[in-house]
Design a protein around this ligand. Structure first.
Ligand SMILES: N[C@@H](CCC(=O)N[C@@H](CS)C(=O)NCC(=O)O)C(=O)O
Length: 281
């Protein structure tokens, strides 16, 4: 697999890079960013995967996430993938809306035409990108954690729950906790997976927990002034699923914060510190 370097910049003593490659999962070129903090020659470092929300590319968190100081201080690599396949051939929302199609891959493997040829974000993140990362960066794959925002929070929770042996910890900012129970989820999973909701459960954090999946620890921050809170995000569903199942969860309602990167960047160092403790334990 060949990696093309788009840019590298020195930051906080480490290297913030942006890279692209031809993906066999999505049948498109895919772009992602990696921050590698300063380290000794031959040393390998733990990883945090950061999955982004609707409309985002790797660039939103890379530009506005304010994660590099904490990553350098704690010696952790942060990887930020894109949120969907991209390109002229890739089918988009028929109405060109921002909550489906380009920038809205929902971290699933689509089974419905015409999306099934390209929208394989689950395989991309669970198999292809980790293999590329291990051959190209100084990573210790035995120490991985995952976090995300909104649709990316849903991605982090569901990929984390389905792969609990791979991730030491899972956290999210304002996640979509149950696509089965919100309009964004209804639209995306109907379009990508089809109308049979029994096939949605592996892509629904609450359903996965109900069905027995567990992770060692979960941290969620949710702003109280988030305009998507009541209709789309519904953290109370995650709280209730975790309480019923005995899944450990720290859910912090953050008074006055909205859905934006002003919120995320405020608590980013907290999340990196929380993951770093688990990664280094
Ligand atoms: N109206 C917004 C809705 C989408 C939105 O808020 N997306 C969140 C994730 S669900 C985001 O991170 N947007 C990009 C950013 O704030 O940089 C837009 O059109 O961008």
């Amino acid at each position: 697999m060949t990696l093309t370097t788009i840019s590298t910049n020195l930051s906080h003593g480490g290297v913030q890079g942006v890279y692209s490659h031809a993906s066999t999962s999505t049948n498109t070129d895919m772009t992602f960013s990696v921050f590698v903090p300063p380290h000794e020659d031959g040393e390998t470092l733990p990883i945090i995967w950061y999955l982004s929300g609707l409309t985002c590319t790797h660039a939103n968190v890379t530009d506005k996430g304010e994660f590099r100081e904490a990553c350098t201080r704690l010696g952790v690599i942060l990887i930020a993938p894109d949120t969907s396949p991209r390109g002229e051939n890739v089918p988009d929302d028929p109405d060109k809306s921002w909550d489906f199609g380009l920038g809205a891959g929902f971290y699933v493997d689509a089974t419905q035409a015409p999306f099934d040829k390209y929208y394989k974000m689950c395989t991309y993140l669970e198999k292809e990108l980790p293999e590329l990362i291990v051959s190209s960066f100084p990573v210790d794959m035995s120490r991985q954690s995952i976090m995300g925002h909104s649709m990316g929070g849903h991605g982090a929770l569901t990929i984390g729950l389905r792969n609990s042996d791979r991730f030491k910890s899972v956290s999210a900012f304002a996640p979509i906790v149950s696509p089965l129970n919100c309009p964004w989820g209804e639209k995306a999973l109907t379009g990508y997976i089809g109308p049979d909701k029994s096939n949605w459960r592996e892509y629904d954090a609450c359903a996965l927990i109900e069905d027995g999946a567990r992770v060692s620890d979960l941290l969620v921050d949710q702003g109280s002034k988030d305009n998507f809170l009541e209709e789309q995000l519904k953290p109370e569903l995650l709280k209730s699923a975790c309480e019923t199942a005995g899944q450990k969860l720290t859910l912090r309602m953050q008074e006055g914060y909205d859905h934006s990167y002003y919120f995320i960047s405020t608590f980013m160092a907290d999340h990196i510190e929380w993951h770093a403790k688990k990664l280094k334990a």
